[in-house]
Ligand binder design. Sequence first.
Ligand code: GLY
Length: 401
Amino acid sequence: MNILILGNGAREKVIAEKLNNNNNVLIYASENFEKIKNICIQKNIDLVIPSTEVYLCNGIVDYLQNEIDNIKVFGPNKYQAQIEGSKHFSKNIMQELNIPTSKYTFLNNYEEVKKFYKDIRVCVEETVIKYDGLAKGKGVYLPDTVEESLKAIKNLFYTHDDNSGIIVETRLHGIEVSILAFCNGKEAYLMPQAQDYKRIYDGDKGPNTGGMGAVCPVNILTNKELIQVKKHIDKIVKKLNYKGVLYAGLMKTKDCVYFLEFNCRFGDPEAQVILNLLDSDLLNILNDCIKGNDLLINWKDKHVACVVLSHILYPMEKLKEVTNISYVDDIDNTVKIYHSNVNEVGKYQYTTGGRVLSMVSVSETLQLSLENIYNNIYKIKYDGVYYRRDIGCNNKSNKKT
Ligand code: GLY
């Protein structure tokens, strides 16, 4: 099969690795749909996997299916992808289907925001501000004061011009966990529970990032809770006839498991850990989802960790120049590397910063996977190299079993 993966991060590299057997896999990133269509035609592509939300929320599935006869595209259409593309849409559906989520207020524009904060009856430290539309991981604020809230919201409106509003919701306290599912339009097939580390600094401090590391499996949710979570995700799948990957960001509080948000694709770095546990053929799963068939999925009884190496300026600034990457020694074969932002010219590698690469290890215990990574991480050198030192450390599964 000729397969095209849209996107160009570490997540796309692990998806490609899982599909490489007996298939021609091409990874390509362009936001121009016409260029994508032309590549599909030139390369005789059978299956397209748009793996970042921007493609899906902008309607790449609808577009390619209209433009090219018989092409298969894995993922939700534009309407369904609003589950990630519009926080308001997603909150409405959750309320309608009785899915536990925090209370919220939707505000259309800055005038409504000012009025809301003038009349606010709750403590502002107990609120979360979220941009309604896509914000590339930069749309969530946890404010401490009204002034800070207004500043953050002004900035959100200033940096996005797609006429989205914002939502202000009640802040929840607990443990976060990611549950992803393969969906065939009728039912959700849950992947093993994973945890990602969103903040830039150790101890979950500092601004949010796309994700600085992940571990899988974790045992945060009990079997009983997982059954409930599946029932809730199934309701969304049935309501939207949703096909593709559905990713639920959950918060386990002392009284309930709440749904914080939905994403319409694999997470990055969650994909790096979850897909390394997949013991079934990924292509069969994707085809069965598209066809609406029942799925049979096997998972390896192993533990995976991922640590993301970024540039020290991430997520605040982009690097203005390139920097060379060198290796002080060979990386042990217990560790895999997936590039996010590494370019190669001959035998030289360089990066322009951001999230640079993911180091992943699969082994018998989470402890060992983490040791494999942290015993090799120093071998990768570039100016401004940065990574968290505490991935997996706060985790219940981080005990030697
Ligand atoms: N790691 C979070 C995300 O992919 O949205």
